[in-house]
Design a protein around this ligand. Sequence first.
Ligand SMILES: [Zn+2]
Length: 347
Amino acid sequence: MSLSGNLEKLSNACGVTGREEEVRNLLIKLMKPHVDEITVDKLENVIAVKKGKKSSPKVMIAAHMDEVGLMVKNVTKQGFLQFAKMGGIDDRILLAQKVIVHTQKGPLQGIIGSKPPHIQKEDERKKVVTYDHLFIDIGAENLKDANKMGVKVGDPVAFDMKYAKLSSDVVIGKAFDDRVGCAIMIETLKQVKNIDCTVCAVGTVQEEVGLRGAATATFGIDPDIGIALDVTVAGDVPGVREFDTSVKMGKGPVITVADSGLITHPKVLRMLMDAAEENKIGYQLETGLPGATDAARISLSRQGVPSGTISVATRYIHSPVGMLSLTDAENSAKLTAAAIKQIQKHF
Ligand SMILES: [Zn+2]
């Protein structure tokens, strides 16, 4: 299966943070043919190991399986679902979205509603309707009906959006943060054969609420080097200053120099830049963006793990639909594999 085919399946799967099971099962299936063993740790990170000819160094590559979404917080007497936000979501993008409520009895479609604008007061109409004034309408008659449909407090809610190709290179879909990282991880495993070092490919849980899965996975693996595969904000849309971010969709993998959680280890930065240059992979450097990836948590495990991040510049992340270039994703896999193949030159 191609990277695009895998990304389509991964993007359409649901894995609201803390409820990653569907994505995990899919990822296990897709990684299995390319690794020696797969385990799931107690926090439910998935760890796929490809043993090297020599046991060291041990490199951990990580992509998070979870996506930002919502969680049912309360069901009203009238049968409307009030919700909490899971991960960083801007209230302005919620209104009128189609969502899927994942209940024990199966998925339910719903839409996010608010008090109709027609009957809002003048000053109300100018303000953003915050999430605590919004609700999910699943068409239930009342609380009893909603219960009968299977809704429970704590049910995860994902955006209802299907993967689509806009051109031969540009695709849209939900949860590209970080299913594209998962797809890149699978592609990387395909490309590293007969190598000296051992590769642990990890699908992490609960990244969006504080890089939690990466903490336990890294402690268990005890790697020598860490590379997070993730997305970053593409700055190539109207209204973004070059100063804020200069990375662009379609201009190659992004190598992080520093973000709010990590200053990339100089040896890792050198290794990634050398790998890109030696293999003629165009890349972009990024620094100073707020936010962090699993690499921040990996780097602080035990006595410290030299770490870095390779990202795909993605438009509209943390919204119901993202946009990215498949070539960027493919080149991110090439870059990751190239770096792993020559890791012993640097460590
Ligand atoms: Zn992410």
